[in-house]
Design a protein around this ligand. Sequence first.
Ligand code: SAM
Length: 283
Amino acid sequence: MPLNENNWFTEVFEDRTAFSVKYSEKLFDQNSDYQSVQIYDTEAVGRVLILNGCFMLTEKDAFIYHEMLVHPAMQFIPNVKRVLIIGGGDGGAVTEAVKYPFVESVILCEIDPLVVQACREFLPTISAGLDDPRVKVIHGDGAAFVRDTEKRFDLVLVDSTDPVGPAKALFEVPFYQSVKRVLGGTGAAVFQTESPLFMEGVFTTSVKLLREVFGQNRAHPYFATIPCYPGGLWSFTFCSELHNPRESSTVRQAGPAEPVRYYDPGMRQAVFSAPVFVRRMLA
Ligand code: SAM
């Protein structure tokens, strides 16, 4: 069935594949200094956030991404009090992080204030955590923030767009080294590391560089399916000089105060078990 232009939004990926959703209403459409920011209301997946023509989240599957970015680390490294989130202007990762009463502070460093403004207005459930009194939102380049800060963090979450434009620096060694520095040898960082299916080069290079910076056995990719992202199969990479999620004897943190819908600690060994083709890719 041909897509009728006037009520379908389509993301074309590398001019070879596309993902489309039928929308009922365009709720927001403005350009910032960094990107175009659009929010649509759709029939199949609820409201969707689009940046520069790329799906960032849909209300239907955002919980998978945000839970998988936050909970695997939050639920097994001990004493997480100070959290830094780079990117993540939709507030979804913040909303998951503040579910834990032992978290004392969350800094969100998002370069584009328009993303936060749009998501506060049109994605209130996903962005709700931004109003938590422990949260401080700053607007600036995450790479510069971690390069220059004297603060220390127990957990750093990197929830960036693809490695183009301002996000390019978030996939490079100087940024990885700065993140390692602010963790002070005891914390952990999780990076969204793209699709091993549709972005094999970015994925393998990111894991290789993270292993060079944190240590060969200190950067562990894990996986989840995010239907609105190119290729569906998505990766995150957990990095820590101290904690290894593949060891069975690691500390288990108390679960979140509020219910989750996707991840629980019983899944940890499974999510960190890479599919055979990925193991071959990273060998
Ligand atoms: N989950 C999505 C994904 O995996 O593609 C990312 C969602 S979040 C909306 C991505 C955010 O990263 C955007 O709001 C973008 O403005 C922000 N961003 C990109 N480069 C950045 C940088 N250098 N510093 C801080 N934020 C940045």
